[in-house]
Write a protein that binds this ligand. Sequence first.
Ligand code: ADP
Ligand code: MG
Length: 448
Amino acid sequence: MAAETWAGISDELRREVGDSNHKSWIEPLECIEIRDEVLRLRAPSRFVGDWVKRNYHDQILAHLNRSGLGVTRLDFEFGAIRAKTPIPAVDAPRTRAPQDDTLQSAPLDAKLCFDNFVVGKPNELAHAAARRVAEGGDVTFNPLFLYGGVGLGKTHLMQAIAWELQDRRPDLQVLYLSAEQFMYRFVQALRDRQIMDFKNLFRSVDVLMVDDVQFIAGKDSTQEEFFHTFNALVDQNKQIVISADRAPGEIKDMEARISSRLQCGLVVDLHPTNYELRLGILQRKAALFSQSYGSIVIDNGVLEFLAHRIASNVRILEGALQRLFAFSSLIGQEITLDMVQDCLSDILRSSERRVTVEEIQRKVAEYFNIRLSDMLGPKRTRTIARPRQVAMFLSKELTSRSLPEIGRRFGGRDHTTILHGVRKVEEMRASDSQLNEDIELLRRLLAS
Ligand code: ADP
Ligand code: MG
């Protein structure tokens, strides 16, 4: 009786909260009983229960009252639930031959291991949490959410976890990939009608690590799928590690239910480096470079100078050092402060690299699979014209070139043609989410 009432209410709620919310929050609830004006529901986890209480409590009560049951309160229990849809056996997809080769992590960089990670105040907590996950023991916090600005070591820590786990727990399926790759695979699966395979694949891993998750914000279907994957794994008590460039709650266009779910484990930020950490990293890298460049030594004074002057991010610091070593070995002189001024003047001025119109054309042509010559040529078919307009749009956005200058680079077109292209893309973006995703992806490709 109570179960039937609940089923009816659940149905009505579906119309109100939408399919995906219903699936995430309402469907997992099980009605235990209605007694003494209390409806008792069982939620699969405290998280889900709390969320429902916070967000749907009044709505549920209203329905109950409309059905004249005189319920005044909802009570939640947590814990195991009768599986309504059977959860696929953990290792089922692994036994399916065609998928074996698709369960590949993005290639890991051998240098990004714990041994090469220098610990300092700004990153000690993140490092400790990463170490804990890398032990591969019981899941204590899920997910581990690492965030921080560019070049502060998020990817390094994630890959270090992956390496360590491969070592300690070769029995575990560890999947490391960027959110961008997650999206690529998802889009591909949709296109190839292999979505079930995709789901099974991602739900069969033991440890899932997704780097730069902010990338999928605003990409609705990808976000949605990520959310379901995430929930499925958490429910199976599989470890998840996520990184992003900012805190979960601050990621623009990330759905609230997703960002709140991302916060339910351990959220740790990597703080901007301080002088000591930068110097420590430089010393470590200098020692490594010294090995690979033979006998070149670098004075600690030079390292101190660099640690002072280049405060932006570790990647740039590393690049600067690399260049000094290369330069020194070329001209056969030791690295001095004078050399630093000469050799790194651009970095010291901290000028940023800018993309060119030509690079944009090349990347866009590649992305949409058309010839560069067609992009610049006169053809007007849609499959050519659309990518061309996207390239015009990105050229306007990402370079400081004027419209006539851009026109010249597009096979000598008039500036009004460029303007038209730019406007057209702006207009279409408002309603075409696929186009939006394409543009975002290209922006990222061009920035890297
Ligand atoms: P993020 O993913 O946060 O943008 P990365 O992990 O890619 O940054 O780090 C950028 C570069 O800086 C990498 O080469 C990485 O090895 C190096 N790096 C960052 N932090 C450290 C650290 N604490 N110790 C050693 N190297 C570091
Ligand atoms: Mg990174």
